[in-house]
Design a protein around this ligand. Structure first.
Ligand SMILES: CC(C)(COP(=O)(O)OP(=O)(O)OC[C@H]1O[C@@H](n2cnc3c(N)ncnc32)[C@H](O)[C@@H]1OP(=O)(O)O)[C@@H](O)C(=O)NCCC(=O)NCCS
Length: 185
């Protein structure tokens, strides 16, 4: 069970549950096909964003296996939400988790995603007591795997053509980090 004290703080960001008033900021990146090029989800309309946001607003704790806690990444300097980061509890018994992240393109290239993802690793290892956390991406999504390497995650696998992704054969990189590696990073 993980019930963080919000907002979570990093050097430049606040991470907190989504709020109904985040719709404009959420829509600004959730509607962009470029942000969803390498994600399983697709970009969505404003109405669909509003529906998704309603579900996200209810997320503030991790209570059970399979659940995903998605938090808003808020940049106080711009007074807006610039993206999101998630922690998924993959296995209770084996203490396994997964992280993920997305940022509005206007705010990429400044280290904000690394900062947010680093906090999600901390939540997983220190907050939830996980033993191993993975992150996965399409090998063509270089900003994503560069981020994982920046955080000290190791590439454990390159699966070739394991699935049909958006109409073509897709590869997958799997990165991981152990609690011990996190402590020593
Ligand atoms: C994946 C994604 C979040 C990476 O965003 P990002 O901004 O490149 O990632 P980071 O926060 O790690 O920023 C790193 C970049 O900021 C630069 N940077 C500038 N200031 C920095 C700072 N203070 N600290 C760290 N990096 C800094 C780095 O040099 C690096 O630039 P480079 O890649 O040109 O070398 C972003 O591309 C994205 O949202 N993509 C769409 C969604 C997606 O694909 N998500 C991942 C699914 S697997």
């Amino acid at each position: 069970m993980l019930k963080p004290d919000y907002p979570l703080k990093t050097a430049r960001l606040l991470l907190r549950p989504f709020e109904p008033g985040d719709l404009d900021d959420f829509y600004a990146y959730r509607s962009r096909p470029d942000v969803f090029r390498y994600l399983y989800d697709e970009s969505v309309t404003r109405e669909e964003c509003a529906e998704l946001l309603t579900k996200l607003v209810a997320d503030s704790e991790l209570r059970s296996e399979g659940q995903r806690l998605a938090l808003a990444v808020h940049l106080p300097e711009a007074d807006r939400v610039i993206g999101s980061a998630f922690l998924k509890w993959r296995s209770v018994k084996d203490r396994q988790g997964e992280i993920g992240y997305s940022l509005h393109p206007d705010f990429q290239g400044r280290g904000y995603a690394s900062e947010a993802a680093g906090k999600m690793l901390e939540l997983g290892f220190d907050g939830l007591g996980l033993h191993r956390i993975v992150a996965e991406c399409d090998p063509r999504n270089e900003p994503s795997w560069r981020l994982m390497e920046r955080l000290g995650m190791r590439r454990e696998a390159h699966f070739r053509e394991l699935e049909v992704f958006k109409g073509e054969w897709g590869d997958l990189f799997v990165y991981a980090m152990l609690a011990e590696e996190h402590r020593n990073h």
